[in-house]
Design a protein around this ligand. Structure first.
Ligand code: 0XW
Ligand code: MG
Length: 366
């Protein structure tokens, strides 16, 4: 089976309700890129990449489509083999894993359809029929955030992430304490300042919330700042944004800078490299999430298929953008969260097929 055509679509994902807020960013809509690989046997596979705005990481929507314009011509005519496609991509363009990820996911979708198996089967096999999600609550007052946390726990989420940062640390501490007072001890809490805190403020946050059993995710901007926190906190640390690719992930493992990860499929370059990261986390008993920056049903399906193959005791949840955008590319089999969990599709490939009529014409075709 060889790649015959590649079509690139642009899709705005409007955020329903209030903006999605993090320390450095307030989002009202996200710019997603979907790709369709058409094989010479008539089958099609879908991929997607959707940076969460231009500042969360060194990724942005226009960059993804520019990278795909660089990659696509070299992929036409190639075998749909994951080793071949990743080699051709790496020989055509350095880095840009977040764009390569869309091709990788589409190839998994194609291969699953070709062999009649769900993508989770290609990734080693699903261990479960459903995976737990978690809910991320944006920057807010102690009353607002704790009320939302209570609502989400009532919906069935067992793990809540609080966005912090971009304000005096005392305000963050008040939010953490109030939220834990409301949802603890039966639930789990992660605080995520998205790189915005100083090491000093992180130490203050941890010591003044010592009684709260939480994980602190990516408090500071760089790996060097995180290394400066070793032995100084009362809480485990998870690395998210700093695991920019496999080498930074390995550096985090080898330096002992963290006790877990927030891991995104596109940041690792796709499902194939993410499988390696999953297995290395298992080797070192490192809990991790299985998610992506943002995206619709295609990104969601990729995250759920991968999440189903993670050892359940190590899976910190599959986060989806779905609750914040409330639309589906696939009107019949869109990926949804029910009672805090997500059913793993058992249909061939990703198990979702976008309604192309809702996507408009491709931005580019190769
Ligand atoms: C909560 N997320 C998974 C969603 C946004 O992409 C940010 C990310 C995080 O943990 O930073
Ligand atoms: Mg994070």
């Amino acid at each position: 089976m060889r790649i015959k055509e590649i079509h690139v679509f642009q899709k705005d994902l409007r955020i329903e309700g209030p903006p999605y807020t993090m320390a450095r960013t307030e989002l009202h809509s996200l710019d997603s890129t979907l790709i369709k690989l058409v094989a010479d046997n008539g089958l099609s596979g879908w991929g997607e990449t959707c940076p969460i705005g231009p500042v969360y990481q060194p990724h942005h929507a226009l960059g993804a489509r520019a990278a795909l314009a660089e990659l696509a011509p070299s992929l036409i005519g190639e075998q749909v083999s994951l080793n071949t496609l990743h080699q051709v991509m790496d020989d055509s363009l350095n880095a840009h894993g977040y764009a390569k990820s869309a091709i990788d996911v589409a190839a998994h979708d194609l291969l699953g359809k070709h062999y009649g198996v769900p993508v989770s089967e290609l990734l080693g096999g699903a261990r479960v029929e459903s995976v737990p999600s978690y809910y991320a609550i944006g920057i807010g007052t102690p009353e607002e955030v704790s009320r939302t946390a209570l609502d989400k726990v009532a919906e069935g989420y067992k793990r809540i992430q609080l966005k912090l940062g971009g304000r005096p640390i005392a305000e963050d501490i008040a939010v953490v304490r109030k939220t834990w007072e409301v949802i603890g001890p039966a639930n789990r809490l992660v605080v995520d300042p998205n790189r915005s805190l100083t090491a000093s403020d992180t130490i203050t946050l941890s010591h003044q919330c010592a009684e709260v059993p939480m994980t602190i995710e990516q408090p500071c901007n760089t790996m060097e700042e995180l290394l400066n926190l070793r032995g100084r906190l009362c809480h485990p640390v998870a690395v998210d944004e700093s695991s920019e690719g496999l080498n930074q992930f390995l550096r985090a493992i080898e330096t002992g800078v963290c006790q877990g990860f927030g891991l995104k499929i596109s940041r690792m370059g796709g499902l194939k490299p993410f499988s390696l990261v999953r297995d290395l986390c298992a080797l070192r008993a490192m809990p991790h999430s299985c998610e992506d920056s943002w995206g619709g049903d295609i990104v969601s399906a990729a995250c759920v298929h991968m999440g189903a193959t993670v050892q359940p005791k190590l899976l910190e949840g599959v986060w989806l953008a779905q609750p914040y955008i409330n639309e589906h590319y696939d009107p019949e089999n869109g990926i949804t969260i029910e009672n805090g969990s997500i059913a793993v599709p058992d249909r061939p490939g990703l198990g979702v097929v976008p309604d192309e009529s809702a996507l408009g014409s491709p931005e580019a075709s190769y």
